[in-house]
Design a protein around this ligand. Structure first.
Ligand code: SAM
Ligand code: SF4
Length: 341
């Protein structure tokens, strides 16, 4: 349940919002650029990318992560994008982030293109895990969704990631009605066979084209119905905590499948996330309509304590929930690829 009565703000050392939620999981977008064009995310022609001078340098990214880890209680950092593997300094950024603390959980969300080449270096740099986005194992459906014929690269990337020890390797899948929804059971069977943990994510209104509709999206209930025709699902015993995925054992386990019902069963009341965009803006929610600029004070020479203070203040406006079902809901100006999913 989302609590609606604001609590007093704490003083320092944590990113706490008015509802008492503590952000410990930082999502860092390293670029808004991408080498795929998934139809639920980007238009076929791509987008107007951020100009280079607005994108944080490697040093700036690492400095802000350091402030978050040393002063604001961040315990988990996930690199995302756009496509984080197209960021040239990625391995170095991972290495320098790992040097901040051996206890940080460090992961990456990627489309997997080029992962086969980079996985060993990412592991050596201190990355713990990868999430790879893959919506189908049929080449023609992959090309239809992503507008690129690159399924083989993703499959190779997954294998190298597992071989490099970046596991448990998780797969994120979005289902689109009439495109890949009927393939959900075969994707699950394949993932189990390969030893990957599959999680289905409900499609959210975050595409640049504003093509999402509540009626058009495939709901978690529909996903269960489809999977239960071929598998026996039972709620996994481990508590969900702040993890967005509801986990189910498949055919008695040990294999599991996750469903992230961001739209139909929101988990905003347990949210522990905060986001930093590639151009240095703090977002307290995927669906936030306001951002807080850290790039300008950073470049103007603000000391660490001032950046930490600004970041703490930035969390104050976090809303109780994303409000997708509210009639006044407005999609954020930034699309998913520029926020960092
Ligand atoms: N390019 C990387 C990738 O695809 O994994 C990282 C960025 S991508 C924006 C992060 C995640 O957001 C992916 O798993 C993708 O499937 C998901 N995503 C993108 N658009 C979405 C949407 N409209 N609804 C739900 N998930 C979406
Ligand atoms: Fe690129 Fe990821 Fe968006 Fe697909 S979901 S277009 S891979 S950023």
């Amino acid at each position: 349940m989302v609590e609606t009565t604001p609590r007093p703000q704490p003083t320092t050392g944590q990113l706490v919002d008015r509802f008492g939620r503590v952000a410990t999981d930082l999502r860092v977008s390293l670029t808004d650029r991408c080498n795929l064009r998934c139809s639920y995310c980007m238009p076929a022609d791509g987008l107007d990318w951020l100009p280079n001078e607005r994108v944080l340098t490697d040093d700036e990214v690492v400095r802000l992560i350091r402030v978050a880890v040393e002063r604001l209680g961040i315990r988990e950092v996930r690199f995302t994008g756009g496509e984080p593997l197209v960021r040239r300094g990625l391995v170095d950024i991972v290495r320098r982030t790992r040097e901040l603390s051996p206890d940080l959980e460090l992961s990456i969300t990627t489309n997997g293109l080029g992962l086969a080449r980079t996985a060993p270096a990412l592991k050596a740099a201190g990355l713990d895990r990868v999430n790879v986005s893959l919506d189908t194992i049929r080449a023609e459906t992959f090309a239809e969704i992503t507008r690129r014929d690159r399924l083989h690269d993703v499959v190779a990337g997954l294998k190298e990631a597992a071989d490099a020890g970046l596991g448990p390797v998780k797969i994120n899948a979005v289902l689109l009605r009439g495109v890949n929804d009927q393939q959900a059971p075969e994707l699950l069977a394949w993932a189990i066979d390969m030893g990957y943990e599959l999680r289905f994510i409900e499609q959210m209104p975050l595409d640049a084209q504003h093509g999402w509709s509540r009626d058009g999206m495939v709901t978690a209930d529909e996903i269960f119905t489809m999977l239960e025709r071929e598998f026996t699902l039972a709620p996994a015993s481990e508590p969900r905590g702040s993890a967005p995925a509801e986990l189910f054992t498949v055919d008695g386990g040990p294999a599991t499948v996750g469903v992230i019902a961001s739209v139909t069963r929101p988990f905003c009341g347990d949210c522990d996330r905060v986001r930093l965009t590639a151009d240095g803006q703090v977002r307290d929610c995927l669906f936030a309509r306001k951002e807080s600029d850290l790039r300008t004070p950073l470049r103007d020479g603000a000391p660490d304590e001032e950046l930490a203070r600004l970041w703490t203040v930035a969390m104050a406006g976090k809303r109780a929930g994303h409000g997708i079902d509210d009639p006044t809901f407005l999609q954020p100006d930034r699309p998913m690829s520029a926020i960092g999913g």
